[in-house]
Design a protein around this ligand. Structure first.
Ligand SMILES: Cc1ncc(COP(=O)(O)O)c(C=O)c1O
Length: 386
């Protein structure tokens, strides 16, 4: 049996006619950059997440970068974030010559551990970038309280978390700004790169709008230096169609996650109860399933387990036709490009441990129960042999 990590063709098959029509309209109009379609999508995204303003940008990376640019972040500044994320969360900090300050994570949820944040704050700290990793919100109450106490800004990296919520508030609506990615594999994916920045602050929205278009206002007149980071009308038109389905797709992902949870327990691979911190897989059962925190509505952008012998399991599953991925094999503080920051191996232990043990399994909406049973059966066979 073949079980790919993601099957975007299965999704496209259902929405093909609507998407084609939306694309056709843009082609007929020949208005490709910004314009009405982008404005409409910006409004719909803001409405969906529950913010007042949306600004379409070329990617989430740019959205995060523009958010820090608006804050005037520069080389004297420090930004606190997680070492267990996609590169751009930290890359954009370094790009502005500011200093990424990494705080270790909770290995159960994979998100930043809030009790470790405050000790990293210095007079130079300007902002915190929490990442809602794999579709589950970071502990936003603690983070926003710390930010308020120390007068810091919160820039949410909600790239993986469209539709997720924390105590009833949607990801991307809790910080100063929320940044989303429409990279094709995301829960809401375009037909190329794309992103949006959401906020309730009209001045911020206006500044980001200006900066995404070189800083030009009016055309060819520049009082500030921006970048070219605009959302295409084609992307906006496709995303507007797909946004209608995102809740349905997220529910299917959640259902698939529940199935895995049950199947792993039925197979005796995961312990019935796992503490918030997770347990050492070598001491207990071979699989640690992802912790879903009660205050969070998880949308399972990824279903990530922790296992011993991760690399051998991954190879074995590949031979058996099951696609998996490692998000992320090397935590950010140990990446070569950040060696100048001086972090040492062993310094952020939980992130390092998760990097060594994590394995993301197929969880896309169209995955069938039979495919899931096959995945779990193969994992069981692997550990029986081992
Ligand atoms: C957590 C996180 N942040 C930022 C990004 C960057 O998004 P984009 O590819 O749209 O620039 C991604 C995308 O992979 C991500 O997963």
């Amino acid at each position: 049996m073949k079980v790919p990590l993601l099957d975007l063709r299965a999704q496209y098959a259902v929405i093909k006619q609507e998407v084609k029509q939306a694309v056709e309209e843009v082609l007929e109009e020949q208005q490709f950059i910004l314009g009405e379609k982008v404005a409409e999508f910006e409004g719909r995204m803001a409405e969906y997440v529950g913010t007042s303003y949306g600004v379409g940008v070329a990617s989430c990376t740019d959205g995060l970068l523009l958010s820090l640019m608006v804050l005037g972040i520069n080389q004297d500044d420090e930004i606190i974030t997680t070492p267990f994320s996609f590169f751009s969360t930290a890359g954009i900090i370094a790009r502005l010559k500011a200093k990424p300050v990494f705080v270790d994570i909770d290995p159960g949820s994979f998100n930043v551990a809030p009790d470790l944040v405050e000790e990293k704050i210095t007079p130079r700290t300007r902002a915190i970038i929490p990442v809602h990793l794999f579709g589950q919100c970071a502990p936003m109450d603690e983070i926003t309280q710390i930010a308020e106490r120390h007068h810091l800004r919160v820039v949410e990296d909600a790239a993986q978390a469209i539709g997720a919520s924390y105590k009833g508030r949607k990801a991307g609506s809790m910080g100063m700004v929320g940044c989303f990615s429409f990279y094709p594999s995301k829960n809401l994916g375009g037909a190329g790169d794309g992103g949006v920045v959401l906020t309730n602050n009209p001045e911020l929205a206006e500044s980001i709008r200006l900066l995404r278009n070189h800083g030009a206002e009016p055309k060819y007149i520049y009082s500030i230096i921006g970048i070219n980071s605009r959302l295409d009308a084609l992307q906006a038109a496709i995303l507007t169609v797909k946004l209608k389905y995102v809740d349905q797709w997220n529910s299917a992902r959640r259902q698939n996650a529940e199935n895995y949870h049950r199947l792993f327990r039925q197979a005796g691979l995961a312990a019935e109860e796992q503490g918030k911190e997770g347990s050492d897989p070598s001491l207990y059962r071979p699989v640690i399933t992802p912790a879903v925190l009660p205050e969070c509505h998880h949308v399972f952008h990824q279903y990530t387990i922790r296992v011993r012998d991760r690399d051998s399991l991954k190879d074995y599953l590949a031979r058996e036709g099951v696609g998996t991925a490692i998000y992320y094999p090397i935590p950010l503080h140990l990446q070569k490009c950040f060696s100048y920051l001086g972090y040492k191996q062993g310094e952020l232990k939980n992130a390092e441990r998760c990097a060594a043990e994590c394995l993301s399994l197929p969880v896309y909406p169209e995955l069938t129960p039979t495919q899931q049973e096959y995945v779990v059966e193969k994992i069981a066979t692997f550990f029986r042999k081992g």
